[in-house]
Write a protein that binds this ligand. Structure first.
Ligand code: GLC
Ligand code: CA
Length: 554
């Protein structure tokens, strides 16, 4: 057995771009921090928590939409791209957020929602008011509803047909989400020019980039039945890059549910000049039901999950860039979905953080994940607020799905699981608001909150803090190659990262049972766990506690 040496200590980061050493943190403004007691999170609330985020060590905030919006889809329905929704504050608050964040070396990455607007956007209003107006062609129209079974008879993601009738003109407009979210017509160059001008306006304000909402849909050709990954998608992204990002040091992340191993490098290969990275969902959708999708999740199968990560790690190494995430505002809480929130909440949240943050890519933390927040635990439909959940409840019940079965699916996978208020403290309403929260706070806030977890040196927060620091400290964490060990082991997640002479071994037990390390199949080493500073060994007969995780130099 060898004693593990330590590679050369803290290097100045010279490799890659700023976002390759930074960790992102997603804020869902409605539920983050309320400053004025109306029960709704807001921008001054975010500003008041910047010191907390700086202490955690994040490099940028991905801010879910704060633009003017009727809030049918919680801000993903924008009625004015250059105005702030008054429930969140003012443009002056926004400017202050950008400046205060920058003073703490934190960038602001805005959500760019340009697949569709709100039906209240002046463009759509003008299109409705006058079918001969030039704004009519900013949207997608049809004389008649397409016949069932024809290619254009597309279904909306939120249920029902993707075509709705404009009563005044009798024509039908296209919407891949709610009818209040009409899709923009990207084939129209005048529309594209408007979007680029708007993006430049925000970039000139000093933001650090964009997270591009369902951007893989902009090349759609509804008449041909094509929604995601259309033939013009990459041409538009290159044009967008040229018009807005050239000469700027911005981060862009494309949300692309259709991203595959084949097309992902098209987005993020450095020479293609499109985006910095994609959010791909292979590790998410592989555990959805073939028919009922997210509403009937399958149990996590670790060998399959590990294989997905390993393939992406290898596929994009040197050919693109990965984004790394367990959760976001559309997905269940990481610890509830992939860990064990009941018996091993803290240990499993730390193990999940460890394996994710020691891979190659830019990790994203969803608010509350850094101290192990859990799913909402709602048991009644009236507790839900999410348009998608409420629509599918109606649809599936009409189609004969039983109420309890639907609620079980929603309890596992509804988007509201991640949208309950941040649990800052054990105070009333979890310290999120002085008023009545817009959505129920999870009852577990009395013992599960940021204040409490942060004080625990072995808590979840301190693990995240350490992992974020390690990414900045070691080139091998940022850019090392990835090799999966024990691919078929049902619960051990073991991989090696290497760069030059530096080799890091990451070992995690992703189960609630103790596991004996299969000595002959992994390198034999004893040394110091770089996460905790404690002595560890991979020697014969070593037993790993449930959800134990460590990282050691080879
Ligand atoms: C993205 C967003 C989601 C939203 C949808 C429509 O998937 O993450 O919250 O509902 O796009 O904008
Ligand atoms: Ca408020």
């Amino acid at each position: 057995m060898t004693q593990s040496p330590r590679p050369s200590s803290a290097e100045i980061i010279r490799d890659g771009t700023w976002w390759q050493s930074a960790v992102g943190y997603q804020i869902y403004p409605l539920s983050f921090a309320d400053s004025n007691g109306d029960g709704i999170g807001d921008i001054p609330g975010i500003i008041s928590k910047l010191d907390y985020l700086a202490d955690l060590g994040i490099g940028f905030i991905w801010l879910s939409p704060v633009y003017a919006s009727p809030m049918v889809d919680n801000g993903y329905d924008i009625s004015d791209y250059r105005a702030i929704n008054p429930i969140f504050g003012t443009m002056a608050d926004m400017d202050r957020l950008i400046a205060e964040a920058r003073a703490r070396q934190i960038g602001i990455v805005m959500d760019l929602v340009v697949n569709h607007t709100s039906d209240q956007h002046p463009w759509f209003q003008a299109a409705l008011a006058d079918p001969s107006s030039s704004f009519r062609d900013f949207y997608i129209w049809r004389d008649q509803h397409p016949p069932e079974g024809s290619p254009a008879a597309i279904r909306s993601t939120f249920g029902g047909s993707a075509w709705s009738r404009d009563a005044q003109s009798g024509e039908w407009f296209f919407h891949l989400f709610a009818p209040q979210q009409p899709d923009l017509n990207w084939t129209n160059p005048a529309l594209r020019a408007e979007i680029y001008a708007m993006m430049n306006w925000w970039l000139d304000k000093g933001i650090s980039g964009f997270r591009m909402d369902v951007i893989d849909l902009i090349g759609k050709q509804p008449e041909a039945g094509i929604t995601a990954d259309g033939p013009e998608l990459h041409r538009y992204l290159q044009e967008l890059h040229e018009a807005t990002l050239t000469g700027r040091d911005a981060l862009t992340v494309a949300e692309a549910w259709s991203a595959s191993l084949t097309n992902a490098p098209l987005y993020s290969a450095p020479d293609r000049r499109e985006v910095s990275m994609v959010f791909q969902f292979g590790h998410v959708t592989q555990f959805w039901d073939e028919q009922l999708g997210k509403w009937k999740p399958k149990p996590i199968d670790w060998p399959k999950l590990k294989a997905t990560f390993a393939t992406w790690q290898t596929a994009l190494h040197d050919r693109g860039w990965n984004s790394l995430f367990w959760g976001n505002h559309d997905l269940p809480r990481a610890v509830s979905r992939y860990g064990d929130e009941g018996h091993f909440r803290v240990a499993s949240a730390k193990a999940l953080a460890t394996v994710l943050h020691l891979m190659e890519g830019t990790p994203y933390i969803y608010q509350g994940e850094e101290f192990g927040m859990t799913n909402a635990g709602f048991t009644r439909i009236d507790q839900y607020r999410d348009v998608e959940t409420l629509n599918f409840h109606r649809i599936q019940l009409t189609e004969g799905v039983d109420e309890e079965a639907f609620l079980a699916g929603a309890r596992a996978n509804s988007r509201d699981n991640a949208r309950t208020p941040m649990q800052w403290s054990a105070e009333e309403h979890a310290g999120f608001t002085q008023g009545q929260p817009w959505i129920q706070v999870n009852d577990n806030y009395r013992w599960l909150n940021a204040d409490k977890d942060r004080l625990d040196p072995d808590g979840v927060y301190q693990r995240y803090r350490r992992l974020i620091a390690l990414r900045r400290e070691y080139a091998v964490v940022r850019h090392g190659t990835f090799r999966l060990l024990l691919p078929d082991h049902p619960s051990l997640f073991v991989f090696e990262r290497s760069k030059g002479p530096d080799r890091l071994l990451v070992v995690a037990n992703m189960s609630g049972q103790p596991v004996i390390l299969p000595a002959c199949e992994i390198p034999q080493v004893e040394g110091i766990d770089i996460l905790t500073g404690r002595a560890v060994s991979t020697g014969a007969g070593m037993e790993l506690e449930p959800y134990a995780a460590f990282a050691i130099w080879l």
